[in-house]
Ligand binder design. Sequence first.
Ligand SMILES: C[S@@+](CC[C@H](N)C(=O)[O-])C[C@H]1O[C@@H](n2cnc3c(N)ncnc32)[C@H](O)[C@@H]1O
Length: 350
Amino acid sequence: MFRHHFDKVRPVCPLCRLSHAVESFLAIGRVAVEEDGEILEGSLICTNSACRREHPIIDGIPVVLADASSWLNHQVLGVLKREDLSDFILSMLGDLSGHSSALDRDRGNNAIYAHSHWAESNPSYLTLFEAGSRLLAAMPAGVWLDIGCSLGRGTYELANITGDLVVGLDLNFSMLRAAQRIRRSRRVKYQSRRVGLVFDSHEYELPGYPFEQVSFWCADVSILPFVASTFDGAVCMNMLDCVASPLGLLFEVGRVTKPSSESLLCTPFDWAAGATEPAAWIGGHSQRSTPYQGSSLAELRRILSVGNEAGVDTGLFIEAEQDNVKWRLQTHERSTTEYDVYCARLRRKG
Ligand SMILES: C[S@@+](CC[C@H](N)C(=O)[O-])C[C@H]1O[C@@H](n2cnc3c(N)ncnc32)[C@H](O)[C@@H]1O
């Protein structure tokens, strides 16, 4: 985390927001490792004297969460993961730990999104991102937020367009580290699953991106550590069906973006109870109800209508849309899932 990036977004303590609905600014606390103006290890500290919560900075990534303990228990592999192991030893460890082990899940999940973001030919994420971006009325400018950035392709593409700071935010530390490693090394390095426990390594140089304009943060989209109207726009790609509260996500996007700004929302409405309780899904249930019969798209349009037809006001409304944009996720060489994604340009009310 560069100090000037910190100054630009002025983060607040998510714990204070959650517990007392107070916006307490964070300050840079201890700096344990700093290189060329970038804090690689250290802490941010809450300036509220009743809180004083420390938030770690690990590998240059601020971890700004209300409940960092339970996050760490889930993400310890990603945090402590070694990056110096040869493909030979990784392959042996992969065989020894076996299919669906924690290591296999981490490698497999990273492989799926790395391939979608960074495959050298036709990365599917990029196709979707470009189709979505064409919906925007104005060229993105100013400070943008990439919500659920995963391995960061959208963050880099946005920085290329805006030439300004883009914050990529996710909960998955393993993915954030991979995104951050690209920034520091200017090289893409990832593995894709060929078959079973067999992975192929890919590596290439990535010149030409404004690497100093991207910043990766570990934070929860349901309680973003930023004050209202911090960002000039946000992209929210394939996130709506991945969070505990899709409606809460829309409220947060509306809150942290500036009045009259535009944002991009893309979703395949691929609801799964493991990520979101069915009661919180937007459509996808209550088929017997009229007139929408469980349609996710109809329900989303109601929620994001200018006149707040659903009775909730996220501060956002749909201004333009395109449906059935293809997005492919390859799980292994012979298995690919193809989604028809709905994309919308959202306008923040003035
Ligand atoms: C389906 S993936 C989409 C990733 C990326 N936007 C893309 O389109 O390739 C969902 C992402 O959301 C992240 N995620 C899930 N819940 C989150 C939360 N509450 N806060 C932040 N990120 C979250 C996951 O770690 C994952 O990277």
